[in-house]
Design a protein. Sequence first.
Length: 343
Amino acid sequence: MTEVSHQQWGQVCGRGAVDLWVLTSPQVRVEVLTLGAIIRSVCSRGSDGQMQDVVLGYDDLEGYLSDQRYLGAVVGRVANRIAGGRFVVDGKDYQLDINNGPNALHGGLLGFNKAIWFAKAVEGGVQLSHTSPDGDQGYPGEVHVSVTYTLQGETLTAEYQAVSSKTTPINLTNHSYFNLAGQGAADIYDHQMSISAESFLPVDNSMIPTGEIKAVEGTPFDLRKPVLIGPRLKEVPGPGFDHNFCLSSPGDTWAERHAARVSHPASGRVLEVSTSQPGVQFYTANFLDGVTGKGGAKYGKHSSFCLETQNWPDAVNQPSFPDCLLCPGEKYLHVTRFTFTTV
Ligand code: BGC
């Protein structure tokens, strides 16, 4: 049985109130903000029975309004990068704002993470909806989008839906940063990581997939069996993991699959992720550089990890990648589940 409650959390000048929703099951407590459909906290029990907050975030609304790292937020209209911020749909060229080197990242300067979503209670959770107007951040079509967070026992489910008035690329995810040790832990080096992927997408020097779908076998990206992340990070070229792992192949049917399992032996906490999406961006917080978070904590490089379930980055420009176009009359559906248990 999940209890659901809400209260006002703050006001954004000229834009209205931001509410905090609280979902409480016997095992897990989740806080969600109507700003950016942000997961503000997830408290789960360790083997000793102690509840700890296992996601990064800020103490107040100001922190989330000025955030540049997408802590806990739903990102869209298109998560991850679009090369040059450019694409062609129905023979028409589109140019998005460039906000990450030469590329467009996570929906643009004012993406879904900065919108105030409309919230309504549903059984065991909250449904957040948002309307993105035609031309929003350069994207075609008016998009009606919703994300429904429900909590059942140990499992937090995020269910995304969208419809559009014109054909548009779409790729929604949640950008929570996890550390299963709880608040104040400096890094994730003592976490054991596994990802159910036979292949991953190598990237160029602006982080756009090269187009190659590379087998993980014989590379540091082979996480099919659990590995201790600290030593493995030293083998990865560049600052850490920031790659799409392929959970299925282009053309595979829409089906929910196991994506990842992370365990933290010292606390006994385990996170399992499953998703209907064909990929997951495993990101080891390589670009966090001392952001001040909850309780004054400093979030640095490798302080946390993200498992952003998604379509493959730059799919709109890469015909061999899974289709990311949402046409009028179609419905975008995406389900991701996060399950918090102990070893
Ligand atoms: C990207 C990173 C980026 C981070 C925060 C991740 O999804 O892959 O490169 O720094 O989001 O914006």
